[in-house]
Design a protein around this ligand. Structure first.
Ligand code: ZN
Length: 111
């Protein structure tokens, strides 16, 4: 498990609520958050917003099918399809048994 960098948080650009602080995920982030994906460990969605279950499973399926190498690529494609969506990408470096880093991708519904 990575240690978080002090003060590094993912903030919603719409309402400025904290979405994640890399140590624990906010279980009930603001309504703008559609998907949160982290590439830590094996890579998984850590939050799927209301009504996004189908989109999330389609993304997972398209990665299994080889359409995308990573779920983050599927999310970037989704962001391009829907101009109101914003993708926030935050990388953190930490130390556990050695240097480790992980990237968090948050898909946000803009206004
Ligand atoms: Zn928000």
């Amino acid at each position: 498990m990575c240690k978080k960098n002090d003060g590094l948080k993912v903030i919603c650009p719409i309402c400025n609520q904290v979405i994640s602080d890399f140590e624990e995920y906010i279980s009930d982030p603001c309504e703008h958050v559609l998907l949160i994906y982290t590439d830590a460990v094996c890579g998984e969605f850590v939050h799927i917003g209301a009504g996004m279950e189908t989109v999330a499973s389609e993304m997972e399926y398209s990665v299994e099918e080889g359409d995308y190498d990573y779920l983050s690529d599927a999310m970037k494609h989704y962001e391009q399809l829907y101009p109101e969506c914003i993708m926030v990408e935050t990388e953190t470096e930490g130390m556990s048994c050695g240097p480790c880093s992980n990237t968090e991708y948050v898909l946000i519904k803009g206004q």
